[in-house]
Structure formats: structure tokens, C-alpha cells
Design a protein around this ligand. Structure first.
Ligand SMILES: NC(=O)c1ccc[n+]([C@@H]2O[C@H](COP(=O)([O-])OP(=O)(O)OC[C@H]3O[C@@H](n4cnc5c(N)ncnc54)[C@H](O)[C@@H]3O)[C@@H](O)[C@H]2O)c1
Length: 340
């Protein structure tokens, strides 16, 4: 679709605040989410909170149970903090159901969002099974089921190739944690239909989130820009331009970024960032994405960021506060308390 028709799709999808009256009906009647991990449980929660009957499925029984428990815990916390009304929590939970079998989850859904791990092979296989199972039990609109992927880096067009209706397939890239993050990248594959795009834009707004429309290009908009900034910050640590906290402060105080690029790298995981950098370097043939030697070395040393206790900051809570302003040779400083 051209940029002009994308703009027109954007304009035709009316913006509505989450939970507001819906005089025109909804873009979808039932949602299913496949994969109940970090992202899947959050997406299911957001859909149920917005009023959609939602089924959550995972290949693992324990993972499915954990996903449902995490949703209840997040809603409980929301109630405790006064951000979610008790009645809204109860209503959301009543709209949610855990489905052990994929068919049971998706057969009546007209929007299915996959959130299984980032593997083209796995996602393609899961989406094919979903395409076979949707509409298998006479739903209201069997021919209109839309399939979406929450991939953060893989080609939506390549995934669509194996599907019977590529016009009803696109990317819905949510951000972590889903209940707090307002952005959803709506990734338009080469064959995504205008109606599919419009319905999904409306759905995203229905969740109280802000969509942006992005072409199916490596790194979409968010990862491409975010990783470029993060890699340059790492090169600056390598070159001794400033310490990690000072580089982060440059962006936090100078450009009003809520969090500097090195803290973001620590939170995302240095290994995850390295994987994306390699992918973007290869697919975009741009030197901006060549992984810096420091990043390669830190990953090899197991300094993966917050999850390993050490990255550009020390997340173990063991270092002296004085370390903060003096990065070690690997560029590590002590993390500020507010982030750990
Ligand atoms: N974690 C993030 O910050 C983040 C942010 C944006 C997008 N994403 C993307 O979201 C997707 C999911 O990431 P995640 O972090 O939630 O992963 P995760 O590992 O936390 O969860 C994936 C879940 O999928 C389940 N699963 C695996 N195979 C399955 C199958 N065949 N059928 C059903 N369920 C299956 C797993 O049991 C697991 O519970 C990935 O594509 C990732 O790139 C992740």
C-alpha cells in the first residue's frame, strides 16, 4: 500500500478513548492470543480490559497458567494503586479464558495475535495451524478472521507467504510491559489489505494505545532508531567520550528521553541487542548497525545487562555508589536505584 493510502486508512479509523461507548460497533468480536509469555499475557490483558472476549493459549500448560496468574497479579496491583477499578478488574477477568488447545482458543476468534518466540520457523508453523483452525466452528464472520504477529524483527511479508489469506495478515508490535506502553507498531506487509489495516488501527485505539503504521522493513521504526542510538552510545563508551551514566544523562536531560540508551540496552539485554544489530547490519547493509567490539565482548563475558546482574551498569546492588561515575574498562557503572 502506498504512503497516501496508509494515511487514508489512518484517517478513516476513528480514535476512541479506551472504555468509551462504541456507537459504531467494534472492529473485532473475539480475540485470541497464542503464546502466554511476557508479551502474550499482556496483550490478552489489554484486549480483555478493552471489552473483548479473549482466549489465551500456550503450548505449555504451566506457561498458560503462569500467564493467567500474571494477568490477575497485574490487575490486582492496578487496583491496589487505584489505577484500575475493582469492577473493571472483575469484568476483564470474566472476559478472559485460558485455552489448552489451539483450536479451542482460535475457532471463534476474528482476530488472532501470535506471540510465540522470535523464530521464523516456529511462527510460520504456528500461523499455519491458526489459519487452519480459525472459523472451524461456524463463527459469525468466518471469512474475516485477521491474523497478526507480534514479531519485533522478522519479515511480516515472509510470514504471510505461507498463509491462505495474506491480505488478512499484518504485524501488531506491542511493547513491554504491554499494560504500560502506549505504542503499537502496525506493520503492513506487502499484501496486507486496506480493510485489515483499518480494523487493526481501530483495535489498537480501542485498547487505549497509539498506533503508528510502518512498512515491513528491517527493525520497523522503533528498533531501527532505538538500536542505532544504543550502538552509537556503545561506540562512545569504547572511545572514552564519556561514562555510561553521563552518556545516558546527555539524552535524558538534554533530549528529554525518559531513559538513556545504555540503560535501555541493559534492560532489553545486551545479547538481544547484539542479535538485532547483526540482523540489521546484514539486512540494511549499513555500517551504523555493525556491532561494536565492546558489545561483542561484553556478551561473550556474560555481561548481558539487568538479567545477568551486569551490563553497562551494575544491577547486582553490590557495588559502591562511587563507581557510578567511573566506568570500568568494560564500561560498567553502578545502576541508579530507581531502575533496579
Ligand atoms: N519481550 C519483549 O520485550 C518483546 C517486546 C516486543 C515484542 N516481542 C516479541 O514478542 C514475541 C514473544 O516474545 P516474549 O518475550 O513474550 O516471549 P516468551 O518466551 O516470554 O513467551 C513465548 C511463549 O510462547 C509459548 N510457545 C512456544 N511455542 C509455542 C507454540 N507452538 N504454541 C503456543 N505457544 C508457544 C512459550 O511457551 C512461551 O510461553 C516474540 O516475537 C518477541 O520478539 C517481545
Amino acid at each position: 500500500m502506498s504512503a497516501a493510502s496508509r494515511d487514508s486508512a489512518r484517517e478513516t479509523a476513528p480514535a476512541r478513548p479506551s472504555g468509551a461507548a462504541r456507537p459504531f460497533g467494534r472492529p473485532f468480536s473475539r480475540v485470541a492470543v497464542v503464546g502466554a509469555g511476557t508479551m502474550g499475557h499482556g496483550i490478552a490483558q489489554a484486549a480483555a480490559m478493552a471489552g473483548y472476549p479473549t482466549a489465551l493459549h500456550d503450548a505449555g500448560e504451566a506457561e498458560l497458567r503462569r500467564g493467567m496468574v500474571r494477568i490477575a497479579a497485574t490487575l490486582d496491583k492496578g487496583v491496589a494503586l487505584g489505577k484500575v477499578a475493582e469492577a473493571a478488574r472483575e469484568a476483564a477477568l470474566s472476559r478472559l479464558r485460558a485455552a489448552r488447545r489451539l483450536e479451542e482458543a482460535v475457532q471463534e476468534a476474528d482476530l488472532v495475535i501470535e506471540a510465540v518466540p522470535e523464530s521464523m520457523e516456529l511462527k510460520t508453523a504456528v500461523l499455519r495451524s491458526v489459519a487452519e483452525a480459525v472459523g472451524s466452528v461456524a463463527p459469525a464472520t468466518p471469512s474475516k478472521a485477521v491474523l497478526a504477529t507480534n514479531t519485533s524483527s522478522l519479515s511480516v511479508g515472509a510470514m504471510a507467504d505461507g498463509l491462505p489469506s495474506p491480505d488478512r495478515f499484518l504485524g501488531l508490535h506491542f511493547f513491554n510491559p504491554v499494560h504500560l506502553m502506549a505504542l503499537v507498531e502496525v506493520v503492513e506487509g506487502p499484501k496486507t489489505g486496506v480493510e485489515t489495516l483499518e480494523r487493526c488501527l481501530e483495535f489498537v485505539r480501542d485498547l487505549g494505545k497509539e498506533p503508528i503504521v510502518v512498512a515491513d522493513s528491517p527493525g520497523f521504526a522503533s528498533s531501527r532508531l532505538g538500536v542505532a542510538l544504543g550502538l552509537e552510545a556503545i561506540r562512545m563508551v569504547e572511545a572514552g567520550v564519556a561514562s555510561p551514566p553521563d552518556i545516558d544523562k546527555a539524552m535524558e536531560l538534554g533530549y528529554r528521553h525518559p531513559m538513556g540508551p545504555l540503560k535501555v540496552t541493559d534492560l532489553v539485554g545486551l545479547d538481544v541487542r547484539l542479535g538485532i544489530a547483526r540482523h540489521l547490519h546484514e539486512t540494511l547493509s549499513s555500517e551504523a548497525f555493525r556491532p561494536p567490539a565492546l558489545l561483542e565482548r561484553m556478551v561473550a563475558e556474560g555481561k548481558l545487562g539487568k538479567k545477568s546482574g551486569r551490563g553497562f551498569y551494575d544491577w547486582s546492588g553490590k557495588s559502591a555508589a562511587g563507581d557510578r561515575k567511573s566506568p570500568t574498562r568494560s564500561g560498567t557503572a553502578t545502576a541508579s536505584r530507581g531502575l533496579s
